[in-house]
Design a protein around this ligand. Sequence first.
Ligand SMILES: C[S@@+](CC[C@H](N)C(=O)[O-])C[C@H]1O[C@@H](n2cnc3c(N)ncnc32)[C@H](O)[C@@H]1O
Length: 272
Amino acid sequence: MTEDHHPGGQPGVTRRFVDADSNRAASRSWWDRDADAYQAEHGDFLGAVDFVWCPEGLREADAHLLGPVAGLRILEVGCGAAACSRWLATQGAEPVALDLSAGMLRHARAQADETGVRVPLVQADAVRLPVPDGAFDLAFTAFGAVPFVDDSAAVMREVHRGLKPGGRWVFAVTHPMRWIFLDDPGEGGLVAVHSYFDRRPYVEYDETGSPTYVEHHRTLGDRVRELVGAGFILDDIIEPEWPAGHEQIWGQWSPLRGRVFPGTAIFVSHRP
Ligand SMILES: C[S@@+](CC[C@H](N)C(=O)[O-])C[C@H]1O[C@@H](n2cnc3c(N)ncnc32)[C@H](O)[C@@H]1O
């Protein structure tokens, strides 16, 4: 991430608030345009029928953050190509995979054809889930939706509404402390340059000034307040450590940085 500020005819990067409609439009077209590149770059790491929580390589098969899943109705929010949902289907669960981006869901359909593992796919915005109240036993996301909406508290409320009492909600996001650094996997990414308390989103914009990519920050306390405010009980915050021997860089996530501070926070909660 560089911090160019070139308003007036030039594309650039800044921190500024963006209204919800512009945010949604930017996210949809960004992930539609980026879907092929994202899958080309990360598809092998994520697998086609596999559940990887984060660039640190933590797998649900080892972490068991969702608990036993066989027979459960599960909602994946911001599924991308839906590899996690397909893996859950092979474990006897009944997942539904939801994403805002038609481009990402096209990859989900292609991977279903390739693997023969099919799950229902839904195109929708996480801030307005098209699901009946109490329809799911469990919900989760690995880096989907939550950092890309202006009102992540609304996502928490919508997931809470869609879950049965007792249902777990587990979501992985970039660890809040990463906000203070540049998105640089190397030495440049070890120096604090931004305020942790600056909630203005990271925005890339085109030559007309329209946002093309919007990513939001919440402090750790903000995330907890949004969860608790929606009615969840917070059970754990997992900060996966960078495993020895894992050398694969994913954007700003690298062994160099991973050895020093966390890159991912996974919030484990449930609806009482
Ligand atoms: C970083 S990708 C993660 C995808 C997948 N979970 C993975 O691990 O590869 C973020 C995903 O969130 C989706 N997304 C962004 N905003 C969303 C929204 N408002 N509602 C639902 N999905 C959204 C994007 O389309 C994209 O597929």
